[in-house]
Structure formats: C-alpha cells, structure tokens
Design a protein around this ligand. Structure first.
Ligand SMILES: [Zn+2]
Length: 365
C-alpha cells in the first residue's frame, strides 16, 4: 500500500483510525514531522497492523500516530521543514515521493480474542499493555470516556480504588470487574468476558453504570474507610450483599475494622481454608451485636455439610461427637467447638454435631 492509497482509504473511511487517543503517548509536531522525514528520505517505517472486519473495513491496530501525522501533513495542518504540503507542489519532488512510497502493511483477521492478543503484543514498545490499556485502545468510545470522567470527578471511587501513578488503569479495570459482578448476578468475569462486555457497550453512555455502582462504592467508603485490611474484592462482595443493612453496619464500623484487622493478623486466619467466609461470619457476629443467638448463624446448609461428613450406622443414625450415642439428623444440633463467648467463630472448622442434651450441658458449663 502506498502512502497515497493509505491516505485515501483513511479519508474514505475504509481504514478506521479513530484518533480519540488510544494510548497516552501522543506524537508532538516534531515527532510527526519525523514521520514525514522518514518517508521522504526512504527510511522504512515500522509495519502498519490492520484488522480486517467482517464488513471489509480495516481497523488500525498499530500505526495510528503515523497515520495521524500523514493525514495532518497532507491536509495542511503540519509543516515539514517549515513548509506545508501545498507549498511543496511546484518546486519539489516531495509530494510525488511521499505519495508513491510503499508502506508495509500487515492485515490480520479472525476472532475477537485474537485481535486483543495482537493488539496487546504489537503495541508494547517492550512493555506489555495493561488490561485497561487494551480495552481503552480497542474499544474507545462513550463508555470508556464516561468511565474516565467518573474517575476524574468522584472522590469516593478514587478512595475505594486508588489509582497509583504507574498502575496504568488497573483501578479502572477493577471498577469494570465490579460492574460486571453486579450486572451478572454476583459473578466475577473470567478471561476475556470483561473485554466482551466492554466491546458490547462501547458506544453506550456510562451513566447507568455509575447509578448502579455508586451505592456500593459509598458503602465501602463509609463502612471500611481506609483503615480496614479486608481485601478489595471481598469488601466489594460484602457491599453488594449487605448494602441493604448499611445503617447497622455503619453503627458498628469501628468494631468491624478493629476486629477484622486483628483477625487478619492472627494465625487462625493464615491457616483458614475459608478466609472470606470467616470474615463475613465475624462481621455478622459484630453487627448482630451478639444479642442474637450466634448459633443461629449456622445455617441448615452448614448442618447438611456436617452431616455429609459423618457415616450413618445401620439404622441411618449419626453419632454425637460427645456421648457417642446415635441420633437421627433432626435430633442433632450444631455446636461451636470453641464457644462463641470465648471467641470461637461461626465457621465449619469450628462446628460439630452434638445431641441436644450434650449441647445444652456444654452451654451451661
Ligand atoms: Zn450427646
């Protein structure tokens, strides 16, 4: 493809080089002039990577900045050695040389997944693109712009998802994960699913997403503040699940923070196979103010799980862990091995099935 072919295809919309900016790195006028200089002096430019869509149009995966430079120069908005394109018309071979220069173009096609991969690989300059940079590059539009706006203007979201200087959009990517989680009924996206989601919504407004996500962001901000050591994703999951109990969680926020932080530092936490459930049970105990019988926090599912770990005898009866007599499933109750009053938590690893007599005897000790 010659420079002239490329330029015409861009102007006619056959090649789509949406220059919304894609990447943070934008060529300044000097660098743009260098593109023209290379073409004129026969110094090969890096290959242009184009993606062939089903409708036959070509999207630019790599080369947007170079195309922008060519476009600006040919349209008179960029000077090369002090002169515009038109000024080169009569006393120079520049127009001819530039127009006739062959560019190396690589045209790819295939699945969306492949497109993302190619984009990620070629746009690297040695540094792989972050997840967000890939989305921002491939699916730039209303949606991503709205997301950027939201981050720029909402202090709460920046507090919940701090944007480190060099994280290259990780916080925004995390917010998109949260949105996906809420939209898909509490499921975190698997590989490629978030990209699909953003692709589908790229031209839509981001306002509905803001409305949807705001109550959770404010819940995390207000309840957990910035002192809580609870993990980012767990905080969000808890916000989604308990936003309706906001008032009572807020009343207990200091205890939640203090107790969870202490627990997270403990050996019990390090060894626990069910860290998220443990923290959740702990918070429920705190907001339940312990006036609720903590035993009620074990669910019927917990009981089923414990029963499934026991082998019934010939009559279908289960053994009480304390007196070793056999009882029907209905006659057994869940007991905290370490009592709640002594810091035992409502987690399966701290649960056993006892007959009613043994359980009440233990409670009265
Ligand atoms: Zn017993």
């Amino acid at each position: 493809m010659t420079v002239k072919d490329l330029y015409e295809k861009v102007v006619n919309g056959v090649i789509i080089s949406d220059i919304e900016l894609q990447r943070a790195i934008v060529y300044d006028a000097e660098k743009q002039a260098l593109v023209i200089d290379s073409i004129y002096k026969g110094i090969p430019l890096p290959a242009f990577y184009l993606w062939k869509r089903e409708d036959g149009k070509l999207e630019v995966l790599d080369g947007k900045q170079r195309i922008e430079a060519i476009k600006k120069f040919k349209q008179g908005n960029l000077k090369y050695e002090g002169k515009t394109w038109k000024a080169y018309a009569y006393d120079s071979d520049l127009q001819q040389v530039v127009d006739d220069t062959d560019l190396s173009t690589i045209i790819c096609s295939g699945t969306e997944e492949k497109k993302r991969l190619i984009f990620k690989r070629i746009n690297t300059l040695g540094v792989p693109l972050s997840n967000f940079e890939v989305l921002n590059g491939l699916y730039h539009g209303n949606y991503i712009e709205g997301l950027n706006e939201y981050f720029a203007h909402d202090a709460n979201v920046r507090k919940v998802l701090p944007n480190a200087t060099l994280d290259r959009g990780d916080s925004k990517y995390h917010l998109l994960e949260y949105i996906y989680y809420v939209r898909k009924g509490s499921v975190l996206p698997k590989r490629g699913e978030l990209d699909d989601y953003v692709q589908q919504h790229k031209d839509e407004s981001f306002n509905d997403e803001v409305k949807k996500i705001k109550p959770y962001i404010s819940f995390i901000c207000d309840v957990f503040g910035d002192a809580s050591k609870i993990g980012r994703v767990l905080k969000f999951k808890l916000a989604v699940k308990y936003v309706k109990d906001r008032t009572i969680w807020l009343q207990h926020k200091d205890d939640i923070c203090k107790d969870c932080n202490a627990f997270i530092k403990s050996d019990g936490y390090k060894l626990s196979p069910s860290k998220e459930e443990d923290i959740e049970a702990m918070i429920l105990g705190i907001v339940g103010n312990l006036r609720v019988d903590p035993k009620r926090l074990f669910t019927t599912d917990d009981k089923k799980e414990l029963l499934s770990q026991l082998t019934p005898n010939g009559q279908g009866l289960f053994e009480c862990k304390n007196c070793h007599q056999h009882f029907s499933a209905d006659e057994l109750t869940i007991d905290h091995i370490i009592p709640w009053s002594r810091g035992g938590r409502t987690v399966l690893s701290n649960a056993q099935l006892l007959c009613r007599a043994c359980n009440s005897r233990k409670n009265n000790e």
